[in-house]
Design a protein around this ligand. Structure first.
Ligand SMILES: [Fe+2]
Ligand SMILES: [Fe+2]
Length: 199
Protein backbone atom coordinates (compact mmCIF):
# COMPACT_ATOMS: atom_id res chain seq x y z
CA UNK A 1 0.00 0.00 0.00
CA UNK A 2 3.00 2.26 0.51
CA UNK A 3 3.79 5.13 2.78
CA UNK A 4 1.37 7.97 3.25
CA UNK A 5 2.06 11.58 4.08
CA UNK A 6 0.03 12.25 7.17
CA UNK A 7 0.59 15.84 8.14
CA UNK A 8 -2.88 17.03 7.26
CA UNK A 9 -4.99 19.05 9.67
CA UNK A 10 -7.64 16.40 10.28
CA UNK A 11 -5.04 13.90 11.43
CA UNK A 12 -3.27 16.32 13.75
CA UNK A 13 -6.55 17.48 15.26
CA UNK A 14 -7.56 13.90 15.89
CA UNK A 15 -4.39 13.27 17.92
CA UNK A 16 -5.00 16.48 19.88
CA UNK A 17 -8.61 15.69 20.69
CA UNK A 18 -7.85 12.12 21.72
CA UNK A 19 -5.09 13.37 24.02
CA UNK A 20 -7.53 15.80 25.62
CA UNK A 21 -10.32 13.24 26.08
CA UNK A 22 -8.30 10.38 27.56
CA UNK A 23 -6.41 9.88 30.79
CA UNK A 24 -2.71 10.08 30.07
CA UNK A 25 -1.95 6.36 30.50
CA UNK A 26 -4.83 5.54 28.15
CA UNK A 27 -3.50 8.07 25.67
CA UNK A 28 -0.08 6.35 25.74
CA UNK A 29 -1.83 2.98 25.23
CA UNK A 30 -3.73 4.53 22.34
CA UNK A 31 -0.51 5.79 20.72
CA UNK A 32 0.92 2.28 21.07
CA UNK A 33 -2.14 0.74 19.40
CA UNK A 34 -2.13 3.31 16.57
CA UNK A 35 1.58 2.72 15.93
CA UNK A 36 1.33 -1.08 16.12
CA UNK A 37 -1.77 -1.14 13.91
CA UNK A 38 0.06 0.98 11.32
CA UNK A 39 3.02 -1.41 11.36
CA UNK A 40 0.76 -4.44 10.96
CA UNK A 41 -1.07 -2.70 8.11
CA UNK A 42 2.24 -2.13 6.36
CA UNK A 43 3.20 -5.78 6.88
CA UNK A 44 -0.09 -7.15 5.50
CA UNK A 45 -0.80 -4.58 2.80
CA UNK A 46 -3.77 -2.95 4.52
CA UNK A 47 -4.45 0.78 4.46
CA UNK A 48 -2.02 2.31 6.96
CA UNK A 49 -4.02 5.47 7.43
CA UNK A 50 -7.21 3.57 8.25
CA UNK A 51 -5.29 1.35 10.67
CA UNK A 52 -3.84 4.39 12.42
CA UNK A 53 -7.24 6.06 12.69
CA UNK A 54 -8.84 2.90 14.05
CA UNK A 55 -6.04 2.60 16.63
CA UNK A 56 -6.32 6.24 17.56
CA UNK A 57 -10.07 6.12 18.13
CA UNK A 58 -10.64 2.57 19.39
CA UNK A 59 -10.86 3.58 23.07
CA UNK A 60 -12.19 7.12 22.52
CA UNK A 61 -15.32 6.38 24.59
CA UNK A 62 -13.43 4.75 27.46
CA UNK A 63 -14.22 7.52 29.96
CA UNK A 64 -17.76 8.28 28.89
CA UNK A 65 -20.23 7.58 31.74
CA UNK A 66 -22.33 4.44 31.25
CA UNK A 67 -25.66 6.24 30.81
CA UNK A 68 -24.18 8.43 28.10
CA UNK A 69 -22.66 5.40 26.37
CA UNK A 70 -26.10 3.79 26.37
CA UNK A 71 -27.69 6.93 24.98
CA UNK A 72 -25.00 7.24 22.30
CA UNK A 73 -25.66 3.67 21.17
CA UNK A 74 -29.42 4.20 21.11
CA UNK A 75 -29.08 7.42 19.14
CA UNK A 76 -26.55 5.86 16.82
CA UNK A 77 -28.85 2.91 16.15
CA UNK A 78 -26.45 0.37 17.67
CA UNK A 79 -28.01 -2.50 19.55
CA UNK A 80 -26.76 -3.22 23.07
CA UNK A 81 -26.68 -6.92 24.01
CA UNK A 82 -27.90 -8.11 27.39
CA UNK A 83 -24.33 -9.13 28.23
CA UNK A 84 -23.14 -5.58 27.56
CA UNK A 85 -25.91 -4.19 29.76
CA UNK A 86 -24.61 -6.36 32.59
CA UNK A 87 -20.97 -5.48 31.85
CA UNK A 88 -21.00 -1.83 30.81
CA UNK A 89 -17.19 -1.67 30.49
CA UNK A 90 -17.67 -3.57 27.24
CA UNK A 91 -19.90 -0.83 25.85
CA UNK A 92 -16.99 1.50 25.06
CA UNK A 93 -16.41 -0.24 21.72
CA UNK A 94 -19.89 0.46 20.41
CA UNK A 95 -20.15 3.91 21.98
CA UNK A 96 -16.74 4.58 20.40
CA UNK A 97 -18.25 3.95 16.98
CA UNK A 98 -20.83 6.67 17.54
CA UNK A 99 -18.25 9.13 18.91
CA UNK A 100 -15.89 8.38 16.01
CA UNK A 101 -18.73 9.38 13.69
CA UNK A 102 -20.09 12.38 15.55
CA UNK A 103 -17.08 13.85 17.37
CA UNK A 104 -14.29 12.91 14.94
CA UNK A 105 -16.16 12.90 11.64
CA UNK A 106 -15.06 9.38 10.69
CA UNK A 107 -17.61 7.62 8.51
CA UNK A 108 -15.53 4.90 6.90
CA UNK A 109 -17.41 1.66 7.64
CA UNK A 110 -14.19 -0.39 7.72
CA UNK A 111 -12.75 1.78 10.50
CA UNK A 112 -16.04 1.85 12.41
CA UNK A 113 -16.44 -1.93 12.18
CA UNK A 114 -12.91 -2.47 13.49
CA UNK A 115 -13.60 -0.18 16.47
CA UNK A 116 -16.93 -1.93 17.09
CA UNK A 117 -15.41 -5.41 17.47
CA UNK A 118 -12.06 -4.52 19.03
CA UNK A 119 -12.87 -6.06 22.42
CA UNK A 120 -14.50 -9.34 21.43
CA UNK A 121 -13.69 -9.92 17.77
CA UNK A 122 -16.47 -11.28 15.57
CA UNK A 123 -16.94 -14.12 13.11
CA UNK A 124 -15.67 -13.18 9.65
CA UNK A 125 -13.34 -10.39 10.75
CA UNK A 126 -11.84 -8.17 8.03
CA UNK A 127 -8.09 -7.64 7.80
CA UNK A 128 -8.48 -4.26 9.50
CA UNK A 129 -10.58 -5.82 12.31
CA UNK A 130 -7.82 -8.34 12.94
CA UNK A 131 -5.10 -5.69 12.83
CA UNK A 132 -6.82 -3.52 15.45
CA UNK A 133 -7.74 -6.48 17.68
CA UNK A 134 -4.14 -7.73 17.67
CA UNK A 135 -2.57 -4.27 18.02
CA UNK A 136 -4.71 -3.64 21.12
CA UNK A 137 -3.33 -6.85 22.65
CA UNK A 138 0.37 -6.46 21.77
CA UNK A 139 1.08 -2.71 21.78
CA UNK A 140 4.42 -1.95 23.48
CA UNK A 141 2.85 -0.91 26.80
CA UNK A 142 1.20 -4.29 27.38
CA UNK A 143 2.99 -6.61 29.79
CA UNK A 144 0.39 -8.82 31.48
CA UNK A 145 -0.72 -11.48 29.01
CA UNK A 146 0.98 -14.86 28.87
CA UNK A 147 3.31 -15.66 25.97
CA UNK A 148 3.39 -12.03 24.84
CA UNK A 149 6.76 -12.50 23.12
CA UNK A 150 5.35 -15.37 21.09
CA UNK A 151 2.15 -13.48 20.27
CA UNK A 152 4.16 -10.43 19.19
CA UNK A 153 6.33 -12.49 16.87
CA UNK A 154 3.33 -14.38 15.50
CA UNK A 155 1.51 -11.12 14.76
CA UNK A 156 4.04 -10.32 12.04
CA UNK A 157 4.39 -13.92 10.82
CA UNK A 158 0.85 -15.26 10.54
CA UNK A 159 -2.03 -12.96 11.40
CA UNK A 160 -4.66 -15.71 11.56
CA UNK A 161 -2.66 -17.94 13.86
CA UNK A 162 -1.96 -14.90 16.01
CA UNK A 163 -5.66 -14.08 16.20
CA UNK A 164 -6.44 -17.65 17.22
CA UNK A 165 -3.75 -17.63 19.90
CA UNK A 166 -5.08 -14.39 21.40
CA UNK A 167 -8.66 -15.68 21.42
CA UNK A 168 -7.55 -18.93 23.03
CA UNK A 169 -5.38 -17.21 25.64
CA UNK A 170 -8.12 -14.67 26.43
CA UNK A 171 -10.75 -17.36 26.93
CA UNK A 172 -8.37 -19.38 29.11
CA UNK A 173 -7.53 -16.32 31.15
CA UNK A 174 -11.18 -15.38 31.63
CA UNK A 175 -11.93 -18.97 32.69
CA UNK A 176 -9.26 -18.80 35.42
CA UNK A 177 -10.65 -15.53 36.78
CA UNK A 178 -14.15 -17.01 36.86
CA UNK A 179 -15.42 -13.94 35.06
CA UNK A 180 -18.27 -14.31 32.63
CA UNK A 181 -17.22 -14.56 29.01
CA UNK A 182 -18.85 -12.34 26.42
CA UNK A 183 -20.69 -14.77 24.13
CA UNK A 184 -19.26 -12.89 21.13
CA UNK A 185 -15.67 -13.79 22.13
CA UNK A 186 -16.68 -17.45 22.36
CA UNK A 187 -18.54 -17.23 19.06
CA UNK A 188 -15.50 -15.68 17.37
CA UNK A 189 -13.26 -18.40 18.76
CA UNK A 190 -15.63 -21.19 17.65
CA UNK A 191 -15.87 -19.68 14.17
CA UNK A 192 -12.11 -19.52 13.65
CA UNK A 193 -11.48 -22.86 15.36
CA UNK A 194 -13.88 -24.58 12.96
CA UNK A 195 -12.14 -22.98 9.98
CA UNK A 196 -8.72 -23.98 11.31
CA UNK A 197 -9.85 -27.61 11.76
CA UNK A 198 -11.17 -27.68 8.18
CA UNK A 199 -7.93 -26.47 6.64
FE1 LIG B 1 -10.91 -1.01 24.32
FE1 LIG C 1 -7.42 -0.49 23.97
Amino acid sequence: MGVYVGKDKQRLEMFQTVEKELKYARFIHTMGVAFTATSLAERYGADMRKAETAGLLHDCAKYVPVERMERLCEKGGIEITSFERGNPALLHSKAGVVLARTQYGVNDPEILDAICCHTTGRPGMTLLDKILFIADYIEPGRDQATDLDKVRALAFEDIDRCLMKILEDSLNYLATTGREIDPMTQKTYDYYKARQDNR
